[in-house]
Design a protein around this ligand. Structure first.
Ligand code: GLA
Length: 399
């Protein structure tokens, strides 16, 4: 049984050179610089970043590159190295709620949210699989944000990056119209090589935690199911609305405020509310998931990475049955990976399609990937794509 090929990230220098070349072709001059930002996977802590919860994402080696030069007027001209003809040109004055539409929102929304008056010319080249639940849109926003911050001399230490993440979330919520939380942008901007971040979404504080997978003889396999998902679609917003309604019914600011020890009592208080059965499951997911993140963080601090597998399994079951954001393809990855010997597996990101992750023995990575590939073929599903999640650096300048 031969192992499937992995989707590798290109070498940094080559990718930077390629996007600079594309810029020269598009605009006839050399760009001021090249910057990039990574996609992410979330180890654990799903669908809790909009209710004051904890998440534990890490940056992928797969990044989106942007070659960019500032302009003296307020015009933004942007081209995609992937898609000829997907150009956008406009003035910052036209940018606002719902405008521009499509992928340009994730580019032009950023200077708008940062309050910039001057535009830029840019070519973007993405190596984060699109629509895969690996935050290709956050990678795009954050690459633009770090470029603009760098050129404007804004701070790019962790506090500066937290500010930039906030602007990127604004761009996504208001301009792109996707009401997502802040995990993806925090991961893309604030992660460091070799570790994950424990993000506390109550105050956006970040703790860097070591994630030495190789040292533990492990690997984190990412399976992009290639089942399309979208966050501007209704389901994500519906879950967010459920959680907000539950918090109101319980009289708490967010579900982080529910102590796991008091969960049963809180659930009992929901009885009699309209839709109590559904709200009960949503609350149970959020409260137990936040607790699982805290326990995962303790394990990472103690260097007990292997034991995270069981918490990943529990997270997936909670997302599948209580939060109802999984999909047939995601469940198939998780079930197959576990049967093939993974220490734990779960969907990652928003769900409804997108990607799953499996914590595997390093030497068994190919075997587990092959088992998943074969299971998809048997079910006559589109062939999935495999990536390795090596904890990588956050957004920065490349050239
Ligand atoms: C998407 C959103 C994030 C987060 C996850 C679920 O990735 O962009 O803010 O809510 O879903 O954890």
């Amino acid at each position: 049984m031969s192992a499937p090929a992995f989707f590798e990230a290109p070498a940094r220098a080559e990718a930077a050179e390629a996007v600079a070349d594309a810029y020269r072709d598009a605009f006839g001059e050399t760009p001021e610089g090249v910057w990039s930002a990574p996609g992410r996977v979330n180890l654990i802590g799903e669908h809790v970043d909009y209710t004051g919860g904890l998440c534990l994402p890490l940056a992928l080696p797969h990044r989106t590159f942007v070659a960019l030069s500032p302009r003296h007027d307020d015009v933004v001209r942007v081209r995609s190295a992937q898609e000829a003809g997907a150009d956008w040109e406009g003035s910052l004055a036209e940018v606002g709620a719902g405008s521009p539409e499509g992928w340009a929102a994730y580019v032009a929304g950023v200077p708008w949210a940062m309050g910039h008056e001057h535009g830029f010319d840019a070519v973007v080249d993405g190596h984060v699989p699109l629509g895969s639940g690996l935050s290709s849109s956050a990678a795009l926003e954050c690459a633009v944000a770090i470029a603009l911050a760098d050129l404007a001399g804004l701070p790019t230490d962790d506090a500066g990056r937290a500010e930039l993440a906030g602007a990127c979330v604004q761009a996504e919520n208001v301009v792109a119209g996707a009401n997502t939380g802040g995990m993806d942008q925090a991961a893309s901007l604030r992660c460091r090589e070799g570790g994950a971040i424990l993000l506390d979404t109550r105050d956006d504080s970040v703790t860097h935690l070591p994630l030495d997978l190789a040292g533990a003889g492990l690997a984190l396999l990412v399976v992009d199911t290639r089942a399309a998902h979208s966050h501007s679609g209704g389901e994500y917003g519906a879950r967010r609305a459920d959680v907000e309604r539950a918090a109101r019914a319980l009289g708490v600011p967010d579900l982080r405020a529910v102590d796991p020890a008091d969960l049963d009592e809180a659930l009992a208080r929901l009885a009699g509310q309209p839709g109590a059965e559904v709200l009960t499951r949503r609350v149970r997911h959020a409260v137990t998931e936040i607790d699982r993140v805290a326990r995962t963080a303790q394990l990472l601090r103690a260097g007990r990475v292997r034991e995270v597998g069981a918490l990943m399994d529990a997270s997936h079951e909670s997302l599948r049955h209580d939060y109802e954001v999984s999909a047939r393809e995601l469940d198939l990855v998780v079930d197959t990976a576990r049967a093939a010997g993974a220490l734990g597996a779960r969907m990652t990101g928003g769900g409804f399609g997108g990607s799953a992750i499996a914590l595997v023995e390093r030497d068994a990575t190919g075997e587990v990937a092959a088992a998943v590939r074969d299971a998809f073929a048997r079910e006559r599903l589109r062939a999935p794509q495999f990536l390795a999640a090596l904890p990588s650096r956050g957004a920065g300048r490349d050239a």
